[in-house]
Design a protein around this ligand. Structure first.
Ligand code: COA
Length: 504
């Protein structure tokens, strides 16, 4: 396809330049909103050129030459990796999973604001995040009137294009032009007190148009790239994750039998990572038909379910596919375009819509405590892993909210069920079901001590269960309060013991 077919606006076509020229137009010290969500639809060239520029400035003594970096969610080595390696990020939000970013954040050398993903766009409109100076957004193409064909993720792009003073567009020729029509960009959001209900009542409803609005007068550069998304592979479902999936499928069958769920369930949300992907593989083998998804990320597992026909429709904000799944997607894009809508993340994760649709939320966790509080983000209380992502958007508002994890980590030295979580992301009030390979604890309607009995009996690994029961016994009969009993001197001793001895 000739470039003029991808960039149909003559003024913008005339603004094509190199990534280095475009990066030179980004002032240091500014906030830059970039596209990108779970390794999809992120700019591939400008961030690397900007990283090189910042590194060159550092080399001549301008060590504070950095930017504030806002995205949709995690990106890829060409964006987070390159800018972090150049020590070019002062502050990062709202989610990351990059090893260098993680290292710098945990070393206190990069600030990180870990946010609920549905909150980000509105926080930008409210002015809570400061000024957005530049937007750098990957697109598939530009229409004659300047509207944009979005790429493999939508994320916060609508907001970045709207809020930024200046815009740099990356037109990625590698992205399939047949993505056109797969997006649903809703423009009806307003600030309080002028907000209206969002007119979406089924996962498959289209409420906006397929294109992003863009004021051509704000565009300062157009850069052409030709590179695939990161497309990392998922691990094949392990015995442990297959058991977790089987417990969830059994539970859902039980709920259908009990009349609390329809036969085709309710729209599914599936979190990030290997465990979540394995659960989808389990559902693909399961008895449910004609399913739908109202989720944030469409991973391999969901693509497989669309292909098999188990899943009739999926709404998301991004694709996060392995190379094989990306090839399958591109090879059959006309099939998938009928069955997928990609929306801004403020809509894909919107509490109003999650609640209205009755979403079944399934998210992975790092650890749970005996009362059902969840840590999704921190290792041993102080070090960030990735971030909360959309797990809170879905968990609090879901019809059913699952959290799942293997019962132990790091070769059995860590129990993922602990007396007290070392960091709180989801409180007991947002958590209805906890699942490990050992079993499933249904916590609905239970008081804290009843929850603890279920969680320890069903989800803890047998090698840690006696220790947990011992803790409970002493807390319940020796502690001061009987509602949620804890031994405050001991409740985090499992974590400190691990840090001292390498075993909980
Ligand atoms: N203590 C220390 N490390 C732990 C741990 C614990 N309690 N539990 C897990 N880990 C480690 C694992 O050992 C593994 O480490 P490695 O990468 O060095 O092998 C890593 O954490 C990932 O664990 P894994 O079991 O492979 O899980 P996953 O790929 O399913 O990811 C989360 C789990 C929680 C890290 C991931 O789902 C996440 O970041 N979630 C938060 C955001 C979210 O929920 N988004 C979804 C919203 S749509």
């Amino acid at each position: 396809m000739p470039l003029a077919a991808r960039i149909q606006n003559a003024t913008l076509h005339a603004m094509v330049m190199t990534a280095e020229q475009a990066a030179a137009l980004i002032p240091v010290g500014t906030n830059v909103g970039m596209s990108g969500f779970t390794g999809a639809g992120y700019p591939k060239a400008v961030p690397q050129a900007l990283a090189a520029r910042l590194a060159a400035l550092h080399a001549v003594g301008q060590t504070d030459a950095r930017i504030g970096l806002w995205t949709g969610a995690s990106t890829a080595p060409e964006l987070d990796g390159a800018l972090a390696q150049a020590q070019g990020i002062e502050m990062r939000l709202p989610y990351q999973s990059d090893p260098t970013c993680r290292k710098l954040i945990n070393a206190g050398q990069m600030l990180y604001t870990d946010m609920h993903l549905s909150h980000v766009a509105q926080a930008a409109w409210f002015g809570f995040l400061g000024k957005l100076d530049v937007a750098v957004v990957e697109v598939v193409g530009i229409l004659p009137d300047g509207r944009l064909i979005p790429s493999t993720s939508v994320g916060n792009n609508k907001t970045w294009l709207d809020q930024a003073d200046k815009i740099i567009l990356e037109v990625n020729l590698h992205q399939n032009p047949a993505l056109e029509g797969m997006h649903d960009i809703y423009e009806g959001t307003h600030l309080p007190p002028h907000r209206l209900p969002i007119p979406l009542v089924r996962a498959s409803d289209r409420i906006g148009e397929p294109y992003l609005q863009c004021d051509p007068a704000k565009v300062i550069a157009v850069v052409v790239t030709d590179q695939p998304d990161r497309n990392s592979a998922f691990e094949a479902p392990s015995e442990v994750s297959s058991k977790i999936a089987a417990h969830i499928v059994d539970f859902l069958m039980h709920e259908v039998k009990a009349g609390r769920l329809p036969k085709s369930l309710l729209p599914l949300q599936s979190g990030v990572g290997n465990t979540a992907n394995a659960v989808l593989a389990g559902l693909n083998q399961g008895p449910f038909e004609n399913l739908s998804a109202y989720t944030e990320v469409l991973q391999d597992g969901m693509l497989e379910m669309l292909r098999s026909g188990k899943l009739a429709f999926a709404s998301a904000t991004a694709l996060s596919l392995s190379p094989e799944a990306a090839a399958e997607f591109n090879g059959n894009i006309d099939f998938y375009r009928q069955r997928i809508l990609l929306r801004p993340q403020e809509i894909s994760n919107h509490p109003e819509l999650v609640r209205r649709l009755g979403v079944i939320a399934m998210n992975a966790m790092i650890e749970a405590d005996i009362y059902g509080n969840i840590n999704s983000t921190h290792i041993m209380g102080s070090s960030i892993m990735n971030g909360i992502g959309g797990s809170g958007d879905f968990a609090r508002n879901a019809y059913l909210s699952f959290f799942m994890s293997p019962s132990v980590a790091k070769g059995g030295t860590i129990s993922c069920i602990v007396p007290m979580v070392s960091h709180h992301d989801h409180t007991e009030h947002d958590v209805q079901v906890i699942v490990t390979e050992q079993g499933l604890a249904d916590l609905r309607g239970l008081a804290p001590t009843q929850r603890a009995r279920q969680i320890v009996a069903r989800c803890a690994h047998p090698s840690f269960r006696p220790q947990l029961l011992d803790y409970m016994e002493r807390a319940w009969y020796g502690g001061a309060g009987k509602h949620t009993p804890h031994l405050l001197d001991e409740s985090l001793s499992w974590h400190s013991r691990y840090l001292k001895t390498g075993k909980m």
